[in-house]
Ligand binder design. Structure first.
Ligand code: FES
Length: 102
């Protein structure tokens, strides 16, 4: 396990995505699948890094939910194929290529 903190008080100074990129581009990587949750900016960066390395990636999205059963569209996110996905009904975990993070 490796840690990163922005101010360097614990582990590497920097963002956790830098650790991910270093790992995925290193010789240590055997066979990887990336699972990520967290803020959208983090997920966007994870998606970019993993895609550049050709690594399958699954993202757990967090959205405000009104109904939780697919009726209100309060949790809708853009689908990469057009239209929208409902985080409550279709997710919350999506293959990274399925959804637009921003
Ligand atoms: S929370 Fe209502 S559609 Fe997802």
């Amino acid at each position: 396990m490796e840690l990163a903190t922005v101010d360097g008080t614990c582990g590497k100074m920097g963002f956790p995505t830098e650790l991910l990129e270093d790992y995925l581009k290193s010789e240590k990587k055997v066979k990887a699948i990336v699972y990520a949750c967290g803020p959208r900016m983090l997920l966007l960066k994870v998606k970019e890094i993993a895609a550049s390395c050709g690594i399958p990636t699954y993202l757990s999205l967090e959205e405000r939910m009104g109904c939780g059963i697919g009726a209100c569209l309060g949790c809708a996110v853009k689908s990469a194929k057009g239209g929208y996905k409902k985080v409550c009904r279709d997710g919350p975990v999506f293959e990274a290529g399925e959804v637009e993070i921003w």
